[in-house]
Write a protein that binds this ligand. Structure first.
Ligand SMILES: [Zn+2]
Length: 350
């Protein structure tokens, strides 16, 4: 079982619908803050809770809001509490090629179209069989409206028996090794784009174009996230095609250490690359495909010879690995991926 959140975009809501969603959100938020101000009264029913609402809220939404307030015990003020719907009140439906969703609002139930991606479509089509629908939240971001739908996916364990090791870094964002076969994702393009963007921002900074700078940072962040999605997708597909049943990566704490070391080689502007996100994307896609994840202790992975087992700092020089004991030659990152796959320093506690 794997729980995940599908961010379903509402397809081009009308101005009237948008203001309806905004109004419902503000009513739910006001209700939440009133409940907090009243000392979070217990044993509320939808009738007594309605007394804390500024205006009508459908009881299904009200009950979910009470639950959400209860779950956020430490929050003393809600800037915004999105309306949420449980699996009985939010209904997804497909008519022809179009997915629609219906949910209750203070002016009655609405049914609206969704803009779904291919991957979302694949999961939605399994609703009621191997995918179970959970609660959904209605929210807005960058002028668009979404439903964050939580689903539980039944995963069939992968039949593969091989183990892949993945080394992450800046020179190569990722290097994957399965029994000697290696897949490289160069970090050059990422480095180039990030430097280029940083250059542009510096020049714009002089012109005090702060709004434009912020927009560029957003663009860059989206670009990086997209790259992490592409790389993780390719890695998992590549592993599936090679009969991999287990993927090993270094425990995150170790990657931070290595990042510090590589920072010196690759320039200041690159250190903020998010390995944590790339790792979590890989783990997420691997788990959905039924591949098991294991975390290796990140010790000596780039200085141990995969042939004779000798560990020497001097075995590695930049991209080159040359064992001083047996003479084995290799690419340093590929050697690291191989050693991670073998978990030469053991597995980290789960
Ligand atoms: Zn050796």
């Amino acid at each position: 079982m794997q729980t995940l959140t599908l961010r379903l975009q509402l397809h081009r809501p009308t101005k009237a619908k948008e203001s309806l969603y905004r109004e419902l959100t503000s009513r739910v938020t006001a209700l939440a803050n009133n409940l907090v101000a009243a000392g979070r009264p217990r044993k509320l029913t939808s009738k007594t809770a309605m007394g804390y609402a500024p205006a009508k809220i459908p009881s299904a939404v009200l009950n979910q809001a009470i639950r959400d307030v209860g779950a956020a015990r430490k929050v003393d003020h809600f800037r915004q509490l999105p309306p949420s719907f449980n699996n009985q009140n939010l209904r997804l439906q497909k008519a022809g090629d179009l997915w629609t969703v219906s949910f209750p609002t203070h002016t009655g139930r609405v049914r609206v179209p969704l803009a779904v991606t291919g991957r979302q479509e694949e999961l939605l089509s399994r609703l009621g069989t191997t995918v179970k629908q959970g609660a959904a939240k209605l929210y807005t971001k960058r002028g668009r409206w979404y439903l964050a739908l939580s689903v539980t996916v039944q995963v069939t364990p992968c039949v593969g028996t091989r183990t892949a090791g993945i080394d992450l870094g800046l020179r190569n964002l990722a290097v994957v090794n399965v029994d000697g076969a290696t897949l490289f994702f160069s970090g050059d393009r990422a480095a180039y784009v990030r430097r280029h963007m940083a250059d542009l921002r510096r020049r714009m900074g002089k012109a005090k174009a702060l709004g434009a700078i912020r927009r560029m940072k957003d663009t860059e962040a989206r670009w990086m996230k997209d790259l992490d999605h592409q790389v993780s997708r390719k890695i998992v597909d590549w592993c599936l095609a090679r009969g991999v049943g287990t993927i090993r990566m270094e425990d995150l704490k170790g990657i931070r250490l290595r990042r510090k070391r590589e920072r010196r080689d690759r320039g200041r502007s690159l250190h903020s690359w998010s390995f944590g996100r790339l790792q979590s994307f890989i783990a997420y896609k691997a788990n959905l495909a039924g591949i098991k994840m294991e975390w290796a202790v990140p010790r000596n992975t780039s200085r141990t010879c995969p042939v004779c087992g000798t560990t020497l700092k001097e075995n590695r020089s930049g991209v080159r690995f040359r064992c001083l004991s047996c003479g084995h030659l290799g690419h340093a990152d590929a050697v690291a991926a191989l050693n991670i796959g073998k978990a030469i320093s053991g597995l980290a506690a789960a």
